[in-house]
Design a protein around this ligand. Structure first.
Ligand SMILES: [Zn+2]
Length: 341
């Protein structure tokens, strides 16, 4: 019996590279030889929790930021051909989400994509785009949706809290849309440098300045009953720091918007009196844009490869996790399978 390698979570803090039986696809399925798969904060949360919502009897297969090569297709799959390079949409239907609860995960050498015949499961990677860059499509789609949810329009002044990959991809989306008055905020100098390299107007260290005073200096001020506020129109919260939400509602402008894309597991006390008085809008964001292909098209227009700071083979998965768990001194951490990325 042939086996494939698959990263699985067995319980809280217990993640392993397992050998499991090779997929047995049906006529509407495909098998992808994964070349690169990103790991992210969601994966760390699942490992900590011991599953997608806590421990369960079935190990959780990880990996949802997936690019690879079509290795096999069923007789009813007409959308792609064997040998084509693709990005896998993790799915958001009755099949579950690959890597976040479905029976499949992208941190594997051979990924079964059920119902590959359906529209919107597999996206062809443009010629000339390396597969490791293509693996950024999923987190880029997350960052893009955070911008969409903030309802940002041209001329808006925007602050992005957190310059991990999602914050950086939100930033890249803003710049791609001609919204240039963007300020990035992160504690880590490497991440601030990445934000500046992508084109942020400024990158602030919240440990070294009062971020809202700086925003007022950069973006100007807007009037409010209790005194002027920074004129920043929209905030994207990609840091996961509870204080950011409290501060944005406290010190943001009247009519401002906040899009929350980071994971906040604990409740956060906020002043809803201020939310009311400022007519402040708060939007959650965790899905993708309606057109997932928007992410691949952006990757074709702009070089986001500098966001990839670490590439490690599956055999060194524990090390890759260590980088992500460490001091946040990284951009996107990719796990590579085979030598095709
Ligand atoms: Zn992710």
């Amino acid at each position: 019996m042939s086996v494939v390698r698959q990263v699985r979570v067995h319980g809280p803090g217990d993640v392993r590279v397992d050998e499991i039986p090779a997929p047995r696809p049906g006529p509407r399925d495909a098998v992808i030889r994964v070349a690169a798969c990103g790991i992210c904060g969601t994966d760390l949360s699942f490992i900590r929790l011991g599953g997608s919502r806590g421990p369960s009897d079935t190990p959780l297969c990880l990996g949802h930021e997936i690019a690879g090569v079509v290795d096999w297709i069923g007789s009813e799959v007409g959308t792609v051909a064997v040998g084509e390079r693709v990005v896998v949409h993790p799915g958001n239907d009755e099949l579950g989400r690959i890597g976040t609860g479905a029976p499949e995960g992208g941190l594997t050498s051979a990924l079964l994509v059920r119902e590959a015949a359906r529209d919107g499961r597999l996206f062809r990677v443009p010629d000339g785009m390396p597969l490791d860059v293509a693996a950024l499509a999923e987190p880029l789609a997350v960052g893009m949706q955070a911008v969409n949810r903030a309802e940002v329009v041209r001329g808006d002044r925007v602050a992005v809290f957190g310059c991990g990959p999602i914050g950086l991809f939100a930033l890249a989306t803003l710049l791609d849309r001609g919204i240039e008055d963007t300020v990035a905020i992160d504690l880590n100098p490497r991440r601030r440098a990445l934000a500046l390299a992508l084109g942020a107007r400024a990158a602030l260290d919240p440990a070294a300045c009062d971020v809202f005073d700086e925003l007022a200096r950069l973006h100007g001020t807007a009037p409010f009953l209790y005194g002027p506020t920074p004129a920043t129109d929209a905030y994207i919260e990609a840091s996961g720091a509870a204080q950011v939400i409290t501060d944005v509602l406290q010190r943001g402008r009247a009519g401002g918007r906040l899009s929350v894309v980071a994971l906040h597991y604990q409740p956060i006390p906020t002043s809803f009196l201020l939310v009311m008085m400022k007519q402040f809008s708060i939007h959650g964001s965790m899905e993708y844009p309606r057109r997932f292909a928007d992410a691949l098209e952006l990757l074709e227009r702009r070089d986001l490869s500098p966001v990839i700071t670490h590439r490690l083979p599956l055999a060194r998965f524990a090390e890759a996790l260590g980088v992500l768990r460490g001091t946040a001194d990284c951009g996107k951490v990719l796990v590579t399978m085979g030598d095709e990325a």
